[in-house]
Design a binder for this molecule. Structure first.
Ligand SMILES: NC(=O)c1ccc[n+]([C@@H]2O[C@H](COP(=O)([O-])OP(=O)(O)OC[C@H]3O[C@@H](n4cnc5c(N)ncnc54)[C@H](O)[C@@H]3O)[C@@H](O)[C@H]2O)c1
Length: 423
């Protein structure tokens, strides 16, 4: 297979760490892939990324996609920008007839879903979405065990996601805190969980009802400032952080404040926050399975609890993360002892058994390296798509559920999820 040439759109943390560096420096991937141009709204961030990728001063970097596209030969575009910009870039890349590998969420609302689906129909290109939970060793095991019939016919699913006071809080420091940028956590974060449930259940959502609020961050804080680095409450705030304590955060964010206006350490108690910090929904699937889902972004630990209940029994997965946080940040005492991952099947006839979860290596529990191989090598080399690669429609379905939750929270009604495809 000849090397494929990629434009990397979005040179922030994920763009650089998940795509730019591995495709440039990983021994295997760099035989099949080459970054040929960078696209971002911030010249300073691009300049930092260019250097990190070992590219020369005259390497094509542009704030205008068409200008960049006219300068370089490319086979595909990787989209790793702020979520709200995905749709525009995907539609643009499709207009060049190119393949797109988009970060999740593929976009932030149903209107953008419809726009992208229309553009894909008219394009020779195609879109895949990096739903990396499909590559997580725990969820790969869960899917296998359920497909083998461990719980019989699936009837009910429950998913509780717990974001801690570091990871969860971080969303409220930056662009995710305003729903117009991210669709809120219902789209930005829950799209991961909605997609993995859809993938395992083998169906798409039918109806959905949600409720939620911002009850911890935003205007609920005891005080507020503009940003951590200038805050007069630094000493008394549990959430104070010195964000700019590494070359990476200075290069990517501090030095790029002027040209992008992107402040990475904004106050998570700012009044303008519109993203819910907890939300809860019930939904039904087209195949009859029913589900309950909750997300909380201020938990004392990071993890999840997922239940699959069927005619034969029940599968339960619980994950409690360790708190490997820097001193001075909010952390829960004794958490390391409680941490672990547990996967158990309760078979109504045969009894209880624990299922081993293989240990992965690399980002997101080993999911990211596996995903890169599928996307950047196998998807070009093999005629048949690996089922773990989320298609455009699958990525869109996860967004539709998040948008349905947003509509439901706003209008206090049950939403017909598939009707959102029609507008
Ligand atoms: N799959 C995962 O597990 C995972 C993990 C982290 C992030 N992500 C996704 O990766 C993407 C990037 O996240 P991040 O944490 O790197 O964010 P970031 O804030 O570090 O970077 C976003 C970049 O997008 C650029 N940008 C914003 N608007 C743009 C536009 N209109 N055109 C071009 N560039 C634009 C910004 O200047 C910035 O460089 C998001 O979509 C996020 O959801 C996925």
């Amino acid at each position: 297979m000849e090397k494929k040439r990629y434009i990397l759109a979005g040179t922030g943390s994920r763009g650089l760490g998940m795509f730019g560096k591995p495709l440039s420096f990983d021994e295997e991937l760099s035989r099949y892939a080459e970054i040929v141009g960078l696209y971002d709204v911030s010249p300073a961030r691009m300049a930092f990324a260019r250097k990190e990728l070992g590219k020369p001063d005259d390497f094509p970097c542009d704030t205008d996609f068409d200008r960049l596209a006219a300068r370089v030969e490319f086979d595909a575009v990787i989209v790793a920008t702020t979520d709200r910009a995905h749709a525009e870039i995907i539609v643009k890349a499709l207009s060049y007839g190119k393949r797109v590998f988009s970060e999740k969420p593929v976009c932030i609302n149903a209107a953008q879903v419809r726009e992208i689906l229309r553009a894909e129909k008219e394009s020779a290109g195609g879109v895949f979405v990096t739903h990396n939970m499909r590559y997580d060793p725990a969820f790969s095991t869960i899917k296998k065990v359920i497909d083998e019939g461990a719980v019989g016919r699936l009837i009910f699913v429950e998913y509780n996601d717990f974001l801690d006071r570091r990871h969860g809080a971080d969303y409220f420091r930056r662009w995710h805190g305003e729903k117009e940028n991210s669709g809120g956590l219902a789209v930005h974060k829950s799209c991961h969980h909605f997609d993995i449930l859809n993938y395992i259940v083998g169906s798409y959502a039918d109806t959905l009802y949600a409720t939620g609020a911002t009850s911890f961050y935003g205007k609920n804080g005891p005080f507020r400032g503009e940003r951590c680095s200038t805050c007069t409450h630094a000493e008394e705030c549990d959430f104070y952080t010195d964000m700019f304590n590494s070359e990476k955060t200075i290069g990517l964010y501090k030095n790029a404040e002027q040209d992008s206006g992107y402040i990475r350490d904004r106050c998570l108690f700012r009044e303008e926050i519109t993203t819910e910090d907890h939300f809860h929904c019930v939904f039904t699937y087209l195949n009859g399975v029913r589900a309950v889902y909750t997300l909380t972004a201020f938990c004392p630990f990071e993890g999840m609890r997922v239940v699959f209940e069927g005619t034969r029994g029940r599968l339960e997965y619980t994950a409690v993360g360790r708190a490997e946080w820097a001193p001075g940040t909010v952390s829960t005492p004794g958490l390391s002892e409680a941490a672990g991952r547990f996967l158990r099947v309760y078979d109504a006839r045969e009894g209880v058994r624990d299922v081993e979860i293989p240990t992965g290596r690399g980002g997101h529990g080993g999911a990211d390296p596996e995903l890169r191989k599928d996307f950047f090598i196998h998807s070009w080399a093999c005629a048949e798509r690996s089922p773990r690669m989320a298609t455009l429609m699958e990525g869109c379905q996860a967004v539709l559920m998040g948008d349905a939750a947003n509509i439901s929270m706003r209008e206090n009604r049950v939403v017909d999820v598939q009707a959102l495809l029609e507008g």
